[in-house]
Design a protein around this ligand. Structure first.
Ligand code: 0PR
Length: 356
């Protein structure tokens, strides 16, 4: 017998969450299907079309192309592969803000691209001047982050798109985490707001689909087709995915979650978590702590090392930014009560540990 699986109790660091029960049921039902072989498994293949069509609605893309990936890492690798294929130049490079997720380092390794990592501004957003300074005619892709991993910040995306346009580079947006929150904000971030070519948006993060379910969306069929590899012994003639055999669980779980939650339930989850994030940020400031206030539902706060370690040993699942702040990601399972409990534990530690 395997031990009990873990619950999301006291989990403040994860960008995944408790999936919707109907999505779990759908994922279980389709677990043995393979959307990588659409002629043998047409039902799950139709579901994937449905998933991409709803993700198109969410991201303002009226004839969406793309597929359900294993996660944000695969989607980011594939986006850079599209960019490299679209611009066959010598020594191609990709320009990313330093806030970019480490999956871009993996992508650059796999694709043998030079990764130019550019300093962010004092608000942890990409700095268009710096991005422009690092871009040249061997740049095949500029990446903007719509909800970065450490601070939840949204880059100045239309300015980055302009730079990409000037250099005829692909503009990729990584909305892996932020993509399910941004439709309910004032930000310009999607395909209809700005000329973006490719986008990562992960149902297994804010979308409440079970893992593994990432999303790659591509503006044109030609760009997606640049990934096509012939599959001679399958009935379908080519594959654009990175993986071959894929579980239909990710696809079915995504469709079930999207049909259940888009748009009104996602809207209420996001509004509630924005409120929780604001409330928590001011509760932490009231305690004299240095807080990075939330733009999307994510708060970072400077804590003494020993306090962080004590919280960790008392069962809180927490993680740090590269600068050392504690990160709280307000995923749907993070309730106001959970935060109150966290603050109670924090209050027990703060006076004791900061006074010595
Ligand atoms: N892009 C962004 C903006 C991300 O935040 C992440 C993951 C990715 C891409 C890569 O996505 P996949 O992990 O789906 O390939 N960000 C979190 C991280 O690595 C993911 C995470 C999820 C972390 C659950 C912890 C956890 O328990 O930090």
């Amino acid at each position: 017998m395997l031990p009990e699986s873990q619950s999301f109790d006291r989990v403040l660091s994860s960008m995944c969450t408790k999936p919707h029960p109907e999505a779990v049921e759908a994922a279980t039902r389709y677990i043995a299907t393979n959307p990588g072989d659409p002629s043998t498994f047409p039902a799950v293949s139709r579901l994937e079309d449905r998933a991409i069509s709803i993700l198109g609605e969410i991201t303002g893309l009226s004839s969406p192309n793309g597929y359900i990936t294993a996660g944000g890492t695969e989607a980011n690798i594939q986006a850079l592969r599209i960019a490299r294929n679209a611009h066959p130049v010598q020594n191609p490079n990709v320009v990313v803000p330093e806030s970019a997720h480490f999956s871009f380092q993996k992508a650059a390794h796999v694709l043998d691209l030079e990764l130019r990592t550019v300093p962010v501004d004092d608000q942890y957003r990409a700095d268009p001047k710096q991005i422009s300074r690092h871009t040249d005619h061997s740049t095949v892709c500029i990446v903007g982050i719509a909800g970065n991993t450490e601070y939840g910040r949204v880059d100045p995306l239309s300015q980055l798109a302009d730079i990409a346009y000037d250099y005829q580079a692909i503009f990729h947006i990584d909305a892996a985490w932020g993509g399910f929150a941004l439709p309910f904000t004032e930000h310009d971030w999607n395909f209809s707001d700005i000329p973006v070519d490719t986008m990562t948006i992960d149902p297994h993060k804010m979308g409440k689909a079970p893992i593994p379910a990432g999303g790659l969306l591509v503006r044109s069929e030609e760009l997606l087709d640049s990934l096509a590899i012939e599959t001679p012994y399958l009935e379908s003639s080519s594959q654009t995915t990175l993986t071959g055999t894929r579980s239909g669980a990710g696809v079915a779980g995504t469709v079930a979650a999207l049909e259940k939650l888009w748009p009104s339930k996602y809207r209420s989850i996001v509004n509630q978590q924005q409120e929780n994030a604001k409330w928590t940020a001011s509760a932490l400031s009231d305690r004299g702590l240095d807080v990075v206030p939330p733009e999307l539902p994510l708060v970072a706060v400077d804590l003494p090392n020993n306090v962080f370690n004590e919280l960790k040993s008392s069962g809180w699942r927490i993680s740090r930014t590269s600068r050392g702040e504690l990160r709280i990601v307000f995923m749907p399972h993070v309730s106001r009560d959970m935060i109150r409990e966290f603050l109670t534990d924090l209050d027990r530690l703060l006076p004791k540990t900061t006074s010595n």
